[in-house]
Design a protein. Structure first.
Length: 312
């Protein structure tokens, strides 16, 4: 497999590990879904195969063996017998203790993924907000079902940037934490943070979303829009330098599934409309602006999208 596909597969496995379903993950990579599907299904099946929970009877038996071994050890100490002598006289005690240890190890390995899920390593670096910073983060909406809403409010907790070929991240707290997607359709964007980040190459971007709500145009009903997971993910390589401003546009879209009372709405990232562009360093605008022209910086295994015509 090529390096671009490897990075996409790693990103998909990370999303599967957080509990996101396969179909939602594949929707972010339609061009590679045929190659990704069997690999993701095999990974999911492997995780399920090793999902182990001891039965109540097994736990009870292990506890009884442990209590028995502990009682014999206390009796041994009370009689002040040498430890090696006691083991030689009562081999059953040693066997019971070994059984308990093995059982505890099996239980630990079974629950460890749930107790200690893999987490990104956050760099000890605090991005500083500045109107003249080298990095600007913008939100836009690719027009799908947005016309069915009076407003769609996305509340954003933080932004994560992953460095290339590293598991280390930079986390940004946005200056603007709430965006109405109906105000940034098509070619429009809204800047939610600008400041200074570490120069270098980056490969993944996460937007951590607290919740999404919308008001339907037809009925005025306020509804909650579903999130595939609490973090929206894009694998879009880009670079940041100290002498230019990198404008990264994160495009989101609201998709409707079903009709009438069965209609449901989902918020998803839109990779074909997202990416970075660089301009000479200067002051930024925190309001609505035209989406910058974004060069194709995605892995070569993805097809080059047809450029969207900005709306007037």
């Amino acid at each position: 497999m090529d390096n671009g596909f490897d990075r996409i597969l790693d990103a998909c496995l990370d999303r599967i590990q957080t509990g996101e379903d396969i179909e939602s993950v594949l929707a972010s990579y339609p061009a590679d879904s045929a190659r990704l599907r069997p690999l993701l299904q095999a990974a999911l099946q492997t995780n399920r195969s090793f999902d182990f929970t001891p039965s109540p009877d097994a736990k009870r038996a292990s506890r009884q063996r442990f209590d028995s071994a502990l009682a014999e050890l206390r009796e041994s100490r009370r009689q002040k017998q040498p430890w090696f002598s006691r083991v030689a006289l009562r081999p059953a005690t040693w066997a019971a203790a070994a059984t308990v240890v093995v059982a505890l190890i099996v239980v630990y390995l079974g629950v460890r993924p749930a107790l200690s899920p893999s987490a990104p390593v956050v760099l000890p670096f605090t991005p500083v907000a500045s109107p003249n910073g080298n990095f600007s983060f913008l939100i836009s909406d690719d027009v799908n079902a947005i016309a069915e809403f009076k407003e769609v409010t996305v509340n954003i907790d933080k932004i994560g940037l992953q460095q290339t070929e590293s598991d280390k991240w930079i986390e940004i707290t946005p200056e603007v934490s709430s965006v109405d997607l109906t105000t940034v359709p098509g070619a429009l964007t809204q800047q939610i943070w600008r400041g200074d980040v570490l120069s270098g190459n980056y490969q993944q971007v996460f937007v951590y979303v607290a919740n999404v709500t919308g008001t339907l145009e037809s009925t005025g009903e306020r509804i909650e829009i579903k999130l595939p997971s609490q973090r929206l993910h894009l694998a879009v390589p880009f670079s940041v330098s100290d002498n230019t401003v990198t404008n990264f546009t994160y495009d989101m879209t609201v998709i409707r599934t079903g009709n009438g009372r069965n209609a449901k709405y989902i918020l998803k990232p839109q990779i074909s409309e997202s990416g970075a562009s660089q301009v000479s360093n200067g002051s930024g605008d925190t309001g609505n602006q035209q989406k910058p022209t974004v060069p194709d910086q995605r892995p070569t295994s993805l097809p080059t999208p047809t450029k969207k015509t900005p709306k007037k």
